[in-house]
Design a protein. Structure first.
Length: 282
């Protein structure tokens, strides 16, 4: 890559789908995009607490142990040594309201959904020890609560983070802590740490032979979620602090960031191993 042409090449190292928000991701061979520019099957379900509020890894780290998987007609729940639970992708439970924080309005806003039923609640109780419910969001609610449909990081950025953690006497972290949908890697250009923070768009040809593009929306501001170990469901205090320290070297005076949010195209797919052309703005 040269600064003059402001382009770089990369490939898709890994892709992750998150059927249930704030729970484990499933590595998948491809992501498919719907007509609204959403990842099909991503974060359609949420977990709520006894107050009806969205449960997330900052408040319920054991949710990292819930390993959901999507089948053509079912949501499959695994975790905690329990017998896998198969649920219909169109739950038959009652209509409900989920309270989700709206950052612009700075308050909880109610969103419509459908409860997944008592078996799902029992599964969550056995896994976390808490009274939680699984809810399938209505389509309108899914669109309203996921304004940044795809999260991308590069393998080089994760390697840079782990080098920084080593200087602080900490062990390496797995990319799963950062919860990306897309992990970029490959090629001499993509070894530059945090190159994703400078991309304006990425272009590729999908399996249908059509040219597609992912467009930059905003940086991903980091919270305490990377503290949660995806294998144990335990929070390890300080990983977020080190991410913030590394971010401050690149973006002094700004909020801690790691990764970027991208807007997918309306339709098409992105497969593991796909070659990408990245357009950059330095």
């Amino acid at each position: 890559m040269t600064v003059a042409d402001h382009t770089a090449s990369a490939r898709v190292d890994a892709l992750y789908l998150y059927p249930v928000k704030s729970c484990a991701g499933a590595r998948v061979p491809e992501l498919r995009f719907d007509a609204d520019g959403r990842i099909e099957g991503d974060r359609e379900w949420i977990v709520i607490d006894a107050r009806g509020e969205l449960a997330w890894l900052g408040s319920h780290p054991k949710l990292a142990l819930l390993q959901p998987g999507l089948l053509p007609d079912a949501l499959l729940l695994r975790g905690g040594g329990q017998q896998p639970l198969r649920l219909s992708r169109e739950p038959e439970g009652g209509a409900t309201q989920a309270l989700i924080w709206h950052p612009g309005e700075r308050r909880m806003v109610a969103h419509a959904g459908r409860d997944a039923g008592a078996l799902a609640a029992q599964f969550l109780r056995e896994l976390t020890g808490e009274d939680l419910r699984l809810v399938k969001l209505d389509r309108e609610a899914m669109l309203a609560t996921a304004p940044n449909p795809l999260h991308a990081v590069s393998a080089a950025s994760v390697a840079e983070l782990n080098e920084h953690l080593a200087t602080q006497g900490r062990g390496p972290v797995d990319v799963r802590r950062l919860r990306p949908n897309l992990v970029l890697g490959g090629g001499p250009d993509a070894v530059m740490p945090f190159i994703e923070e400078h991309l304006t768009q990425m272009v590729w040809r999908d399996g249908e032979g059509a040219w597609r593009r992912l467009v930059h929306r905003m940086p991903c501001e980091r919270c305490v979620v990377p503290n949660v170990d995806p294998d144990t469901g335990e929070a390890q205090v300080g990983i977020d602090t080190e991410i913030a320290a590394l971010s401050a070297q690149r973006w002094p005076g700004q909020a801690s960031r790691f990764g970027v949010y991208l807007q997918p195209p309306p339709g098409g797919s992105l497969a593991e191993g796909a070659s990408l052309t990245i357009e950059l703005d330095f």
